[in-house]
Write a protein that binds this ligand. Structure first.
Ligand SMILES: Nc1ncnc2c1ncn2[C@@H]1O[C@H](COP(=O)(O)OP(=O)(O)OP(=O)(O)O)[C@@H](O)[C@H]1O
Ligand SMILES: [Mg+2]
Length: 219
């Protein structure tokens, strides 16, 4: 049986732009099941990160419903959001947020409680074993991105959200990282949603959505 991990219903989000109000998400629907890897494409500024941040409970929609693993989380009080986010969501941010005062390996071991062996295996798989004891400021953009990816994989989250995970990587590494996201979804039965501009990795996704003019359509 396949279960729905993420369900977004009729999501509306507008931003104020001086006097005007701009509707970035106009009744968007999205459903992603366990074991499914979905990709979202669309022009810059169309609302992809906004959508992902709403799915990741980092931002509230103006209206609409969000359910995670069958639980209607949008109805829960905000103070419960952090705990749910921690338990259910592994987020790979567009700007790969790492804590500046923790070494790369500690971003997993201290923040996620990941054991040493798993940290080493993940870093090896992502070809960043050499930076395990370095602070984020000493890493290249692509290395930081891969530490952020390792951190999302280290969680047991049912849902992995990745915002442009290949942006700082060369095409070979980018392809490998997306293959790993696909494998996380397929072999560990997680749901994964990736926003990307990178046409070369789209063949790895199970389904592709296009975001444009506030609407999300399956292609
Ligand atoms: N906090 C905010 N206040 C006002 N406008 C915002 C805010 N956040 C985003 N926007 C606007 O909403 C639109 C969508 O932004 P978003 O970051 O979701 O786009 P995107 O599709 O992820 O773009 P990119 O591909 O460049 O990352 C943009 O026009 C942006 O300027
Ligand atoms: Mg974005």
């Amino acid at each position: 049986m396949t279960s729905t991990v993420l369900q977004m219903k009729n999501i509306v989000k507008s931003y104020r732009d001086g006097e005007a109000e701009r509707t970035v998400l106009d009744r968007v629907n999205l459903e992603v099941k366990a074991g499914e890897f979905a990709a979202i494409v669309g022009p810059s500024g169309c609302g992809k990160s906004t959508l992902l941040n709403i799915a990741g409970m980092m931002l509230s929609p103006d209206s609409g419903e969000i359910s995670l693993c069958g639980e209607k989380v949008s109805a829960l009080p905000k103070k419960k959001w952090t705990a749910i986010r921690k338990e259910k969501i592994g987020f790979i941010f567009q700007n790969h947020q790492l804590l500046p005062y923790l070494r790369a390996g500690e971003q997993l071991s201290v923040l996620m409680g990941t054991d040493e062996k798993t940290v080493q295996e993940l870093f090896q798989e992502l070809s960043i074993a050499h930076v395990i004891r370095q602070y984020p400021s000493a890493l290249s953009g692509g290395e930081r991105q891969r530490v952020a990816i390792a951190r999302a994989f280290a969680s047991d989250a049912a849902l992995i959200l990745a915002d442009e995970p290949t942006a700082s990587l060369d095409s070979e590494r980018g392809h490998h990282v997306v293959e790993m996201i696909r494998m996380e979804a397929h072999s560990r039965n997680r749901a994964a949603v990736m926003v990307t501009h990178d046409e070369r990795v789209l063949d790895l996704a199970d389904c592709i959505y296009r975001m444009e003019d506030g609407k999300l359509t399956k292609i």
